[in-house]
Design a protein around this ligand. Structure first.
Ligand code: SIN
Length: 313
């Protein structure tokens, strides 16, 4: 018989939250993605008074995230969000590409329920394990938040649009830059700090079923001594889009800019974001290449991929 209690579904994809090390004092030398999501949920002391269901969608270190898994994740979100008794969905994820998956899902899946990504900076075996707190908080946000994709981490709720991983080791490894977090989580209660973002999605139907057919977009960085040779290599290799991680307020080394303009003349789409750690490109002064505004380079790459999707995939 089906439960009438509100349900939160936790989808597992691996990461450090599911990692194990040889000893409790090993916080750095561990293997990510070893424990199943059902185990992680069963180990929680409390789950905000909801029934929790789990599904293992993937099990890997998130540096290896791929398009096929993104599409499957989007499909499972849509599936669970359509069940009336499900109030929200949590995704456990490695922290290294968590911001990319959050942005991708936020731009693809229209959901009428909260979707909350979380992870951990210490493996599950660590004496400093942060996974259980983050997972319990994410489940609480899945019951209290508004519709859309957010990240719950280290006591903060971040919008998918703003969140960035800012530290490779600290427990409080994510931030929302100038925008600031959406909410704080205090003893399982969410305290809103600003309005929840609205959704603007392309829909799963836009994604080709064959992940190898997704547009190929690469990122190049404008640096001292840059030249345009990498752009020519990418163009010859058949990429459809190039994001340039520009300096400061969107400036690009002259040699690289020339190569990007030539690439555009060959039909390759180019988008210019800033490599600055916070903020985006300000102003819309005419430039040789189009601006990605306040998108980070990895967000701009996803955006360009979505723009380049074949019609009616
Ligand atoms: C990963 O991204 O899967 C490993 C690192 C982490 O989760 O912190």
């Amino acid at each position: 018989m089906q439960s009438k209690a509100p349900i939160v579904v936790v989808l597992g994809t691996g990461g450090t939250i599911a990692g194990i090390a040889a000893t409790p004092t090993d916080h750095v030398d561990y293997k990510a993605a070893q424990l199943g999501v059902a185990y992680l949920v069963a180990a929680l002391a409390a789950t905000a008074g909801v029934v929790v269901e789990t599904e293992q969608v993937a099990q890997f270190d998130s540096k290896d995230m791929d398009f096929a898994t993104w599409r499957r994740l989007a499909q499972r979100l849509e599936h669970y969000a359509s069940r009336p008794e499900v109030v929200g969905i949590v995704v456990t994820h490695g922290t290294d590409t968590l911001e990319e998956t959050a942005y991708f899902l936020a731009r693809v899946v229209a959901v009428a329920k909260p979707v909350v990504l979380t992870g951990a900076m210490r493996p599950a075996t660590s004496s400093e394990a942060d996974g259980p707190r983050n997972l319990a908080d994410a489940i609480a946000v899945a019951t209290q938040g508004e519709a859309g994709v957010v990240v719950a981490f280290a006591g903060w709720v971040h919008a998918a649009r703003d969140v960035r991983k800012i530290h490779p080791y600290r427990l409080d490894a994510f931030a929302s830059g100038d925008a600031g977090p959406l909410a704080r989580i205090e003893k399982g209660r969410m305290r809103a700090l600003r309005g929840w973002p609205t959704q603007d999605t392309v829909g799963i139907g836009a994604l080709p079923a064959d992940a190898s057919a997704w547009p190929r977009v690469e990122i190049v960085t404008s640096t001292a001594g840059a030249n345009g040779r990498i752009v020519k290599v990418l163009a010859d290799a058949g990429v459809q889009g190039i994001v340039v991680a520009a300096t400061g307020n969107g400036t690009v080394h002259a040699a690289l800019e020339l190569a990007l303009v030539e690439a555009m003349q060959r039909g390759i789409a180019v988008l210019r974001s800033t490599r600055c750690l916070e903020g985006g490109i300000v102003g819309d002064a005419a430039d040789a290449t189009p601006s990605a505004g306040d998108l980070t380079p990895v967000q701009a790459r996803i955006e360009l991929m979505l723009r380049l999707l074949p019609p009616g995939a």
